[in-house]
Structures are given as structure tokens and as C-alpha cells.
Design a protein around this ligand. Structure first.
Ligand code: ZN
Length: 766
């Protein structure tokens, strides 16, 4: 990569806020030329919706971080938990990028302090992890060295302060000495989790360090890491992706670590070139994920792993934010290497939906798993939360790929209001000023200002979801069809004052569910996936269970933007689930849904067939609130509730109350999950009972018991299986306004407490 003095021209920033940044050059050039350059983050200044998330990430998360917490596990080993060491390097990476973007002096000061203090924690032999000597190299300390290298190298290259170089060299040299396939060296596959994918993902910063220092030994070590993948005990990453072409067959399928390895592999390929096997393996991985293992919001895993084809439950620890960020990096790497718009298309999908959905609306907190329904688990605590330091990295990367340059000119990948100060490959400057309310509407105006009149191409990504697109230059319509690389290229002699107006059809879309979402639909608007948010459904339908989408006829739903303001909310004409009466509901973008702590849902059912669950539009309650955010009226066995509160209880119950009486013939209770310390009913104290209320003022009346419930005790769950269902059939229909199942909770291996769990409570009229 060429080094250039960043000319510092960003409108709206005080000149004093940023010094001129000279990016430290690398000694080894890349063998494979980039098709698109990544931009230094100060080049792209965003002021639209995306910009508000980028700025908020810097101001409300990164600059507010408690540096003592980041350094704690290094200052006093061991760290409070096994991967505590990763946070500081992840923060250094994100905070450096954010500082380059904003020039915030307070953030720079925090960077200087943290880097200086982290360097002091390095041990004599180069070790910079959070383990005691006796516990080294078994779990997550190669992993922490990886993040320290990524963070410190990013810091050095952008600040020009090379003080951490000896620290980085000593870290890398320690790894090179310790691990290898020579006599006396350790096997790195055994130095961490997930079939060695965690420790060997140190590949990416090893390649960076090789290019920055010119030292051959870091490249040799990188080659060893690639060899280790194909050892008998290794994860067989490249060979499996070339043969089986399935990510779920690689190693143990762990998504975050695997994608981290693939990002390193792409940096290696970019650096040394040679045969295309690595690139082909990564392209196979990308195609497999996009075709069979990607959620509609761009989330790419559940329970942190890749699973079987189309096995994408809506609730099952879906969408780890570490995976979201690493998927963004993977797409950005492939975009840089290939220059193909399909990777930018995925960047838009995952950024505007899953990434912003994981970031709290005030940008201060992050969610770990951000599922297709439930509640957003926003947190600000790093304790045990890998994702809390991954999300900010994803957001800080946005200015590096939103607009770009290639051999033909300039490229716009994602749309937001703001400016891009770009440098063409011949060194001439071109600035873009973008005005748009995207994604509130599909109009984008771009003022193109070259330093002098010049012929080049302006490439626009024509979104795949846009049915029609038009592009005008200075008022005259130009050809907007996609070229081989997927972009619409406008080649002309550009001069100051030229103005491009693009318009993409920003309209509602209906996505019909398949596989486990058969019978459901998701709604989208342009790039935004929509969701129902229980706190803002509207007047007629009060809870998520009562919401159906009336039809797959999109026109009949009459989806309209709620107002001219920048609220990404929409009105949808649908019907009441039970009566079929016309009703109107509000939906919001997935990013905004659940922002106030309320429940939300992406996949919405079509109207029920006969024999539907009468309780779906009821109000659920339980004897004790518990600590899970599931639901017992969402027709989803994976979303479980518990009554756990660390105390004992003689009785626990799960109930659903209806607004109007329903006629019931059958009640179904689905067990949640059994945990080591309880979660089931203790049937030795009597089988769980089904009770109803005949009207709102009546008392509970027992109508039956779960006769098939296995012979459990307080300490053993017997033959009980997760999600197992138990049915009570009534001889005559009974009219009820409330139903509950009640029993004695179990304590498992901890007699100080007890709790029960439930996946679903259902009642049917026939
Ligand atoms: Zn995570």
C-alpha cells in the first residue's frame, strides 16, 4: 500500500482537532493488487443515519470506556475470566479507527494512556496475556496476543508513534519460538479452543507484522499456521472449503473463530499471492453462508456455530455480535480483493440490520445475541461479553468501505449523507458530497468535485432489492445498468459542479418464510428488515401473539412510511388474529426494534388455519419473573422462560390471560429446559395441574393434570426432554379467560433454590 499524507480537509471539523496523519508505510508490498482500496477513516465523514451510529460509537462507547477495566487482567494476573485479555486489543483497534475519523483529543489521550500502560504489562520473555505462568497456552492467551497485535499495529500505523513496536516484536517472537513443527516446539492447535481455530487466527496480525517490519520469520510463522490447519488434529479449513464447500463441516463449525481465520487467510493471500486456493476456499465459504446459513438480517450463526443447511431457528442464541463484526470484515476483505458489488450488498444488509440492531439506539450499549425475536440484551459490561468489544469494531470500520476507489475511479458502496475525500490511483483528488435521507427514501444526490477536470468512472452500487433505479448527471438520465462487477459505472470527464442524482425504488417488500419459518412472512423496506415491536404496535393489537400478517398480497397490506420524519416506522394494514377484523399495526426497522427493552419479532405468522392456538394473543405471566427473555405464547419451542430467582418456592406457575373468553377442548404444556439446578416440575410432589379461570373475577379451577409427565424428583429430571409436550384433553368444551399450569419447582444440584421452565402454553378449541 502506498503511503500518503492525508490531506486534512474535512468540512465541519475544527482544524485543530486533527493533526495531519501520515500512515506508516509497510516494508513489504502486497503481491496481489487490491481491486478496491480501503479508505483511511478520516476520508469519509458521515452525517446521516449511518453517521449518527458511527459518531455515537465514538462518543458514547469508545471514549467512555473504563481503561482500568481493560487493563485489569494484565496488571494483576490472572484475568477475571479466561478470555478477559481480548478486550484491550479490540478496543485499541476500534478506538484508533474512530480517532482517525473524528480527531477527538480525549480519545487520543485515552489511546496514549492505554498503550503505555499495556506495554508495561509485558513480561520479560514477551508474554502479554492474562494467565499465570503455569496456565499458559491452553485456552485464550494466543487469542489475546492476536488482539494486542491487531490493536497496537493499527495504533502505530495511524498515529505514527512506533513506541509499541518492540512490544509487538517480542510478542510475535515469543509465539514464533514457542509454537511450530520443529523438535521442542508446541503444537499451536492445542493452544486454544475450537479445533485450534482460536489460536491460529493470530494469522492476520502476523501477516500485518511481516509487511510492516519486513521480517521473514513472521511470514514463516504464518505459513506454519496454515500448515497447522491441515494437520491430522487441525480444523482442515482450506481443504474442507475446497472439497465440501460447507462452513459447518470445517473444524467444529464455530463461526467467530472460523471467520477470524478466514480473514487472516485473505490477508496472507493478498500478501504473497500464488495459487488461488485460499481465495477460492474463502469464496466457497461466502457462497455457502449466503445461500444456506444467513439470517434475513445478515446474522450468520446460532449458538455461535454454523449448522446444517437452512437450519436457522429464530431464537437459539442467534446472531452473536462477534460473528456479525467478523462477517463484516470478511465481506470487506473480499470486496477489496475482488471489487465485486455482491460483497458490498452483504455489507449493507448486515450493517443496517444486524449490526445496528445489536448497537443500542444511544450507541452506549451492545447486545451479545440479537435474535429474530425476543428482547435486545443490551449491556455495557465487558464481563464475559466478547461481543461488547466486537460491535464497536464493526461500526468503526464503516468509513473504510462506505466509499472507495478502484482502477477506474471512485466507488460508492453504501449510501449515507456526508463527504468522501478520495484519491485516485494517479494521485489526483476527488471529493464526493452526498446528500440523502437514505434509507428513509431512495434519493441520493452526489456532488462530484475533482481537483481538476478529469475522465474517470463513478461507480454506484445499484441495490439488489431495488426494482428500478435511475441515475442522472446534471439532470440528464444516464445508463444505470450493472456491469460485470455489479456496479453501474458512469464514465465521463468530471468537473467541479457536476451533480449525480440517483434514485432507487425504496418500497415495501414481503419475504415469504421457508423451512422453519414456513407459514410466516417478514416485511422489509428497501434495505431495512422490519420487525414488530410490542411497545409500539398501535391501538388495536396490543401484543405480538395477536399479530398476524393478513395476506402475502403486498399491495393489500398497504405498507406506508409513518411520517416524513426520520423515524423508520411503517403502518401496515392487516387483521386481528382471532376475529379476522381489519386492523392496522406499526412496524419498525430491526435496528430500532426493541430499543426500549420491549419484545420484538421479525417473522410474523400468516392467519391461522383452523385449530389454532387460542392463547397466542393473550397476556403471559408467571409466578416469578426469572432471568430469560423468552415467551410461552410465541409458537417457538426454543424461546423458553424460567422462574429462576436464586430462591426456593413451594409452587410455580405459567399462565396466559385472554381479553375475551375462549372455548377450550385441549391444553398443551411444553416443557422448557432442564438445567443442573432445576427447571422442571417435581412430580414426586404431584403431577403438574392445569387450571382455568371461567371469568376475570373467578378463582383458579383445576381441570386436569399432566398425566404423562415423567417421574421426576426435586433433584432429577428423569426422562423429561427439552420442549417435550403434555396434553390435557377435556371431555366438553370449557369457556375460559385464563389458563395456567402449576406445580412444585425442582432444585437440581442446589437445594437452596428451585425453579421451573416452560417453552409454550397452548390451548385449542378442537
Ligand atoms: Zn461475542
Amino acid at each position: 500500500m502506498k503511503t500518503m499524507l492525508l490531506q486534512f480537509l474535512c468540512a465541519g471539523l475544527a482544524a485543530s482537532s486533527l493533526a495531519n496523519i501520515a500512515v506508516v508505510p509497510e516494508k513489504i508490498p502486497c503481491a496481489v493488487a487490491d481491486r478496491q482500496e480501503f479508505q483511511h477513516p478520516d476520508r469519509v465523514q458521515l452525517t446521516g443515519w449511518v453517521g449518527s451510529r458511527v459518531t455515537g460509537n465514538e462518543q458514547n462507547r469508545l471514549v467512555k470506556i473504563d481503561t482500568a477495566r481493560l487493563l485489569e487482567g494484565y496488571r494483576k494476573r490472572p484475568g477475571r475470566q479466561s478470555w478477559d485479555g481480548e478486550h484491550v486489543g479490540k478496543w485499541l483497534h476500534a478506538a484508533t479507527l474512530a480517532w482517525v475519523n473524528t480527531g477527538d483529543a480525549a480519545l487520543r489521550e485515552k489511546l496514549e494512556f492505554t498503550v503505555t500502560e499495556l506495554m508495561k504489562c509485558q513480561l520479560e520473555d514477551g508474554y502479554l496475556g492474562t494467565y499465570l505462568d503455569k496456565d499458559r497456552w491452553g485456552e485464550w492467551d494466543v487469542w489475546a496476543h492476536k488482539y494486542n497485535l491487531l490493536g497496537l499495529i493499527t495504533y502505530m500505523r495511524y498515529t505514527g508513534n512506533m513506541d509499541p513496536m518492540p512490544t509487538c516484536r517480542r510478542m510475535a517472537d515469543l509465539l514464533c519460538r514457542t509454537f511450530g513443527d520443529q523438535p521442542g516446539q508446541r503444537d499451536i492447535i492445542k493452544a486454544g479452543h475450537h479445533v485450534g481455530m482460536a489460536p491460529t487466527s493470530v494469522l492476520e496480525p502476523m501477516v500485518w507484522l511481516h509487511r510492516l517490519t519486513g521480517e521473514a520469520r513472521y511470514l514463516d510463522f504464518s505459513k506454519y499456521l496454515l500448515r497447522s490447519w491441515e494437520q491430522p488434529n487441525g480444523p482442515h479449513i482450506i481443504s474442507t472449503l475446497l472439497s465440501a464447500r460447507r462452513v459447518d463441516k470445517v473444524g467444529n463449525g464455530k463461526a467467530y473463530e472460523m471467520l477470524s481465520c478466514l480473514n487472516g487467510a485473505l490477508e496472507y493471500y493478498r500478501t504473497v499471492g500464488g495459487d488461488r486456493q485460499i481465495l477460492d476456499a474463502c469464496l466457497n465459504a461466502w457462497q455457502d453462508i449466503v445461500d444456506k446459513r444467513l439470517y434475513v438480517t445478515g446474522a450468520a450463526s446460532y449458538r455461535e456455530h454454523f449448522h446444517d443447511d437452512f437450519d436457522l431457528p429464530n431464537v437459539a442464541n442467534v446472531g452473536e455480535t462477534c460473528v456479525t463484526t467478523t462477517w463484516i470484515q470478511f465481506n470487506a476483505h473480499l470486496l477489496r480483493l475482488t471489487g465485486e458489488a455482491r460483497f458490498a450488498e452483504q455489507l449493507e444488509r448486515v450493517t443496517l440490520n444486524q449490526l445496528f440492531g445489536a448497537q443500542s439506539p444511544d450507541c452506549a450499549a451492545w447486545g451479545y445475541y440479537v435474535q429474530m425475536e425476543g428482547k435486545k440484551p443490551y449491556s455495557t459490561s465487558l464481563d464475559g461479553h466478547c461481543c461488547l468489544s466486537s460491535g464497536p469494531r464493526g461500526v468503526a470500520l464503516i468509513p473504510t468501505f462506505l466509499a472507495s476507489t478502484d482502477a477506474d475511479g471512485v466507488v460508492v458502496n453504501l449510501y449515507d449523507a456526508g463527504t468522501a475525500k478520495l484519491t485516485l490511483r494517479d494521485g489526483s483528488a476527488v471529493s464526493l458530497a452526498m446528500e440523502t435521507r437514505y434509507p428513509n427514501d431512495g434519493k441520493v444526490q452526489i456532488a462530484v468535485t475533482p481537483a481538476q477536470s478529469k475522465e474517470f468512472s463513478l461507480k454506484l452500487r445499484i441495490p439488489a432489492w431495488s426494482r428500478e433505479s435511475s441515475v442522472r448527471v446534471n439532470g440528464e438520465r444516464v445508463n444505470a445498468t450493472r456491469g460485470a462487477d455489479g456496479y453501474a459505472a458512469i464514465k465521463r470527464t468530471w468537473k467541479t459542479g457536476d451533480r449525480v442524482e440517483a434514485e432507487f425504488t425504496m418500497e415495501p417488500r414481503l419475504i415469504v418464510g421457508d423451512h422453519s419459518n414456513a407459514g410466516k412472512v417478514a416485511l422489509a423496506y428497501g434495505p431495512l428488515v422490519l420487525a414488530a415491536d410490542e411497545s409500539m404496535l398501535g391501538e388495536q393489537i396490543k401484543n405480538l401473539g395477536g399479530l398476524v400478517i393478513a395476506t402475502t398480497n403486498l399491495a393489500a397490506l398497504n405498507i406506508t412510511r409513518e411520517s416524513a420524519t426520520d423515524v423508520r416506522a411503517f403502518r401496515v394494514k392487516t387483521q386481528m388474529r382471532k376475529t379476522g377484523a381489519a386492523a392496522e399495526v406499526r412496524l419498525v426497522s430491526f435496528a430500532d426494534a426493541g430499543g426500549s427493552g420491549s419484545r420484538y419479532k421479525v417473522w410474523l405468522p400468516l392467519p391461522r388455519q383452523t385449530g389454532g392456538n387460542e392463547l397466542l394473543d393473550g397476556t403471559e405471566s408467571r409466578s416469578r419473573a426469572g432471568n430469560l427473555s423468552g415467551s410461552i405464547i410465541d409458537d417457538d419451542n426454543e424461546s423458553v422462560v424460567v422462574t429462576f430467582d436464586s430462591t426456593a418456592a413451594k409452587e410455580d406457575w405459567f399462565a396466559v390471560t385472554l381479553d375475551a373468553p375462549a372455548s377450550l377442548r385441549r391444553v398443551v404444556f411444553r416443557h422448557g429446559k432442564s438445567f443442573h439446578n432445576g427447571g422442571w416440575f417435581d412430580a414426586s410432589a404431584g403431577k403438574p395441574k392445569v387450571q382455568i379461570k371461567r371469568d376475570a373475577n373467578a378463582s383458579w379451577e383445576t381441570i386436569g393434570e399432566l398425566a404423562d409427565y415423567p417421574a421426576t424428583t426435586a433433584t432429577t429430571s428423569g426422562k423429561l426432554k427439552p420442549g417435550q409436550s403434555f396434553t390435557v384433553k377435556l371431555n366438553e368444551p370449557m369457556s375460559a379467560v385464563a389458563v395456567r399450569v402449576v406445580g412444585k419447582p425442582a432444585s437440581g444440584d442446589n437445594a437452596q433454590q428451585a425453579f421451573a421452565s416452560c417453552a409454550e402454553l397452548q390451548a385449542f378449541s378442537e
